[in-house]
Design a protein around this ligand. Structure first.
Ligand code: AMP
Ligand code: MG
Length: 325
């Protein structure tokens, strides 16, 4: 059932008492704590099994509160906040004294955003402070996009799960570092590079496909239990068949261009033609193919334009080496 006023009040109580609340946002569900409560923040890392050096995002209720959380707000940050908040854009700025180092993984910078979801905004307004929240999944696994995903992933380890329905964007926020002279995209996400560049009037650097050396970024992030292999779109059916014949339990992400093509596989996820829809479905597909017991998922990359950049980034990471970094 969707969260109501009573649930918001209960969630505020949990946050004030140092507990953890899973909350819906437009990107994915977050595992939230009072951003100023170092012990509560430490619990997030414990519950997720996340290394303490991986910084979290501080969620705030509106762009006007930004000054309270950072040392200074450069003009670029103001411009981006004004244009994209509430929305799937996270800004990395110099840390304000209010933010405990536990939330930033020891860094002197802090990541901040205003989520675009009525339940998250109602909670932030009622709570009054900042809520630091990573995605509400165990470290390295697929981010949850429904309240049921969160319950399946974290169970009793979270004090309260607010249900806000299925996430409308479905992939994490775009992270832009605005501490330097030139803004840089640290992670592609729900706000496209093209939209950022249009507002800033300049091209932005994006991370390469190779393993990224940004805090909190590892190749094996967003990974389902099944092994993911990436092939060219016109090779998906053949690669799936080959694996099927060799006795593997195969799941397929069938590209929209090949919709209706018969595929030999145990489970087929039909990739939508629209990138918006694909982003909304991506993590659900990965979870579903895991549920169906697939050993292997055969997929291809979308064209890396618009949301395709974030989708390709997540698929590459899902297919990345399962190192324990
Ligand atoms: P998650 O919510 O699990 O997607 O994680 C939040 C992400 O924000 C991390 O993976 C980091 O890459 C990024 N992040 C948070 N704070 C910072 C920061 N101060 N500098 C760079 N990246 C950050
Ligand atoms: Mg995450």
């Amino acid at each position: 059932m969707l969260a109501r006023t009573d649930d918001i009040e209960e969630a505020v109580g949990v946050l004030r008492a140092g507990g953890l609340v899973a909350l819906p946002t437009e990107t994915v569900y977050g595992l939230g704590a009072n951003a100023e409560d170092a012990a509560a923040v430490a619990r997030i890392f414990h519950v997720k099994g996340r290394p303490p050096t991986h910084p979290l995002i501080v969620h705030i209720g509106g762009a006007r509160q930004l000054d309270e959380w950072v040392e200074e707000v450069p003009e670029t940050a103001r411009l981006l906040a004004e244009r994209f908040w509430p929305g799937p854009l996270t800004l990395v700025l110099r840390r304000g004294a209010r933010v405990p180092l536990e939330a930033t993984g020891g860094l002197q910078t802090v990541a901040v955003r205003v989520p675009d979801h009525p339940v998250a905004l109602a909670l932030l307004a009622a709570f009054g402070g900042g809520i630091t929240a990573p995605s509400a999944n165990r470290f390295g696994s697929v981010s949850p996009t429904t309240a049921d995903d969160v319950r399946a992933e974290l169970g009793d380890a979270v004090d309260l799960v607010l249900d806000g329905g299925a996430c409308q964007v479905g992939v994490e926020s775009t992270i832009v570092d605005v501490t330097g002279d030139v803004p840089a995209i640290l992670r592609p996400g729900g706000v496209t590079r093209e939209d950022l560049e249009a507002v800033l009037g300049r091209p932005l650097a994006v991370p390469s496909a190779s393993p990224v050396r940004v805090p909190g970024q590892h190749p094996s992030h967003y990974a389902p239990r099944a092994r993911v292999v990436l092939v060219e779109p016109d090779q998906v059916a053949a690669a799936a068949e080959q694996a099927y014949e060799s006795g593997q339990r195969v799941g397929v992400f069938l590209p929209a261009a090949f919709a209706g093509t018969p595929v030999k596989a145990h489970a087929v996820a039909a990739v939508p033609a629209s990138l918006d829809a694909y982003a909304r479905e991506l993590y659900g597909f990965l979870r579903e193919l895991d549920r169906q017991g697939c050993d292997l998922i055969v997929a291809s990359l979308p064209v890396e334009e618009g949301l395709g950049l974030a989708l390709a980034n997540r698929l590459r990471r899902a297919a990345g080496p399962r190192s324990t970094v």
